[in-house]
Design a protein around this ligand. Structure first.
Ligand SMILES: Cc1cc2nc3c(=O)[nH]c(=O)nc-3n(C[C@H](O)[C@H](O)[C@H](O)COP(=O)(O)O)c2cc1C
Length: 308
């Protein structure tokens, strides 16, 4: 039997991944932080922390609180900024033999374009993931992703300024995610990723103050998985471009649910805080599942959901 049996290779439009397991933005640093813990090249891909034109300190602490079956975060997109990213992070990322995707966000539509332009032609960057869905910043982020026409304009601006495939990351904090997905598809996006976090809050009953300095945060982890799965399934039905499923994936069984629902690939976020080596474990778990059931290619499993 060949070493590539079962074949886990997936194609998302112009983008090919050696397997469908990708580390989610904001939960895997710039990849290097995890280098001593695992062979990063076992992963399908890595999405780095959301990048902005200028460095950002983010929100004041406390920025993370644990909640039942999940966590709330209000990091506020803290990041090193474009200049340091290009100088200090890119050279190391270029040594990897896995897909590196840069997650970008701007405070205006023009800023998205500027960032995309700055990353044009940069070797080692396989694609851009456009965050129009962060709930923890005062301007930008989710404000773009909740309006179909603004979502489309951001997508067009990024496409105009890049030579790389463009994945647009959607927010679940909307009434009809299919509407936004179709608007972004019509604007020309190559793929969609969903979901980002759901807005939430927590209160300290002694002080009666918010447990996050920002009051509101984004809920992630297993608590959001059923919501995420439902949204991924609905969006898969609504668009023709590939969808990457995200939300509370803790192990290979969770990942398989999203793949069976029709996601072409999946991202792992909060699970990295529980077990930093979870990524390669999920790849292995999917491989074993396919091998044990005689599934020769992962594509035979993707979208194989049998509706009631
Ligand atoms: C601490 C933290 C930081 C995050 N930062 C980003 C970010 O910079 N950009 C982004 O698009 N998503 C960010 N996210 C959202 C995740 O990538 C992911 O969409 C979300 O957490 C749901 O997946 P999960 O339940 O597997 O964590 C962040 C999530 C967490 C928990």
């Amino acid at each position: 039997m060949s070493a590539s049996y079962p074949d886990l290779n997936v194609k998302l439009g112009p983008l090919e991944f050696k397997n469908p397991v990708i580390m989610a933005s904001g939960t895997f640093g710039y990849g290097q932080e995890f280098d001593a813990l695992m062979d990063l090249n076992l992963l399908g891909g890595i999405i780095v922390k959301g990048l902005s034109l200028r460095p950002k300190q983010g929100n004041p602490p406390p920025r993370i609180v644990e909640t039942p079956c999940g966590m709330l975060n209000a990091i506020g997109l803290a990041n090193v900024g474009l200049e340091v990213f290009m100088k200090d992070k890119i050279p190391w990322l270029q040594t990897l033999d896995t897909r590196v995707i840069v997650n970008i966000y701007g405070h205006s539509i023009d800023e998205y374009g500027e960032l995309a332009n700055a990353l044009k032609g940069v070797e080692g960057v396989s694609a851009l993931e456009v965050n129009i869905s962060c709930p923890n910043v005062a301007c930008g982020g989710m404000a773009f992703g909740t309006d179909p026409s603004v979502s489309a304009r951001v997508t067009e601006e990024v496409l105009k300024n890049t030579d790389k495939p463009v994945i647009v990351k959607l927010t679940p904090n909307v009434t009809d995610i299919g509407l936004i997905a179709r608007a972004v598809e019509e604007a020309g996006a190559h793929a969609l990723s969903l979901i980002n976090t759901l807005t939430g809050m927590a209160i300290d009953i002694e002080s009666r103050r918010p447990r996050l300095a920002n009051t509101f945060g984004g809920l992630s982890g297993p608590a959001i998985r059923p919501v995420a799965l439902r949204m991924v399934y609905q969006v898969v039905q609504s668009v023709d471009i590939p969808v990457i499923g995200i939300g509370g994936i803790m192990d290979h069984q969770d990942a398989l649910e999203f793949l069976i629902a029709g996601a072409k690939a999946i991202q792992v976020g909060t699970a990295n805080f529980v077990n930093p080596c979870v990524g390669p474990n999920i790849v292995e778990g999917i491989r074993d599942f396919c091998r044990e059931r005689g599934i020769a290619h992962i594509d035979d499993l993707i979208g194989s959901f049998e509706p009631a």
